[in-house]
Design a binder for this molecule. Structure first.
Ligand SMILES: Nc1ncnc2c1ncn2[C@@H]1O[C@H](COP(=O)(O)OP(=O)(O)OP(=O)(O)O)[C@@H](O)[C@H]1O
Ligand SMILES: [Mg+2]
Length: 281
């Protein structure tokens, strides 16, 4: 199954084009063309009561716009493990949000060839009022599984997450590490064609990180496509076979992981010996 979304009004095509486009990109898991995302947030500054009343009358609002992604284009074939790195605010999570469809792009085109229903960004999918078990069911149904299929996988998911009796409590009672363990376990056990991981392991403890890395290696062997956003440059070097460096919403470099990590390390003025940057996430 594939999904195709187009948001550029200026670039409407005739009815024959999408078919050609699909044939051309059959080997691609993800193709992103001229993608831009601008957030517009309206807000009111700290106000006195008098100015607040005046603003209501005059409808004065400040608008804050952030161009989180600017004209981003790339294509990755099935089986790619793509690492995405960049400084805080570079647009990495925004890119994943647009790929999952959570956030509609302002302009550009995204093609995802794979089981779109199983695309999952970690940590965004839980309903925090529901228990771990209930969230597993929801995630399973959302990814197109039947109740019976979810039931068959449930034990495996719970065992991998190792969060004990908490599985029956609402997920709002979980620590961030526990949430991420469960989210990771759910995501990898849904057999997705394409798995998007945003700093998934940053809150897990050392033992779980090792287990998660092992699981990711396993997924890679079965030629799944992975997109891994991480500040842990070692994870990028160890796991990925392709890498993108995002800088202020733009692709600064798209090349093999070593070249990208070297260039990025140079840019942020840290040598390879700086443990904080190379620490695995
Ligand atoms: N929901 C939102 N509304 C408005 N602005 C946002 C929103 N989410 C992100 N931004 C802005 O978009 C830009 C990109 O943010 P994003 O979260 O994609 O960065 P990131 O690369 O994931 O950073 P980090 O490494 O800190 O996770 C930032 O300037 C951020 O302030
Ligand atoms: Mg982020």
């Amino acid at each position: 199954m594939s999904s195709l979304s187009e948001f550029d009004d200026a670039d409407q095509e005739d009815s024959t084009t999408p078919k050609l486009e699909k044939e051309k990109t059959q080997d691609s898991a993800i193709k992103v063309t001229n993608l831009s995302l601008t957030y517009r947030t309206t807000f009111t500054k700290n106000q006195t009561l008098r100015s607040a009343l005046r603003d209501i009358r005059h409808k004065e609002r400040n608008v804050h716009t952030v161009e989180a992604l600017k004209d981003v284009s790339f294509e990755i074939p099935h089986g790619t493990v793509l690492g995405v790195i960049g400084q805080n605010g570079a647009g990495k999570s925004s890119l994943l949000r647009t790929l999952t469809g959570i956030m509609p792009p302002t302009a550009g085109r995204i093609e995802v060839h794979g089981r779109i229903s199983t695309l999952l960004a970690l940590g965004v999918a839980f309903n925090t009022e529901l228990s771990g078990t209930e969230n597993i069911l929801l995630a399973g149904l959302a990814s197109g599984m039947t109740r019976e299929e979810v039931a068959a996988k449930r034990k495996e998911i719970i065992d991998f997450a190792e969060i004990g009796d908490f599985i029956d409590l609402p997920t709002k009672t979980y620590s961030s590490g526990m949430s991420q363990r469960l989210a990771f376990s759910v995501a990898v056990h849904m057999n997705p064609d394409i798995l998007l991981i945003d700093e998934a392991l940053s809150a897990g403890d050392a033992k779980f990180k090792a287990k998660a890395q092992e699981k990711m290696h396993e997924l890679m062997k079965s030629a799944r496509t992975l997109v891994l956003v991480s500040h842990g440059l070692n994870s990028i070097l160890n796991l990925c076979n392709d890498a993108i460096w995002l800088d202020k919403g733009q692709i600064r470099m798209h090349a093999d992981p070593k070249s990208v990590v070297d260039a990025y390390s140079e840019f942020v003025k840290v040598g390879k010996s700086t443990p904080a940057m190379l620490e695995d996430l």
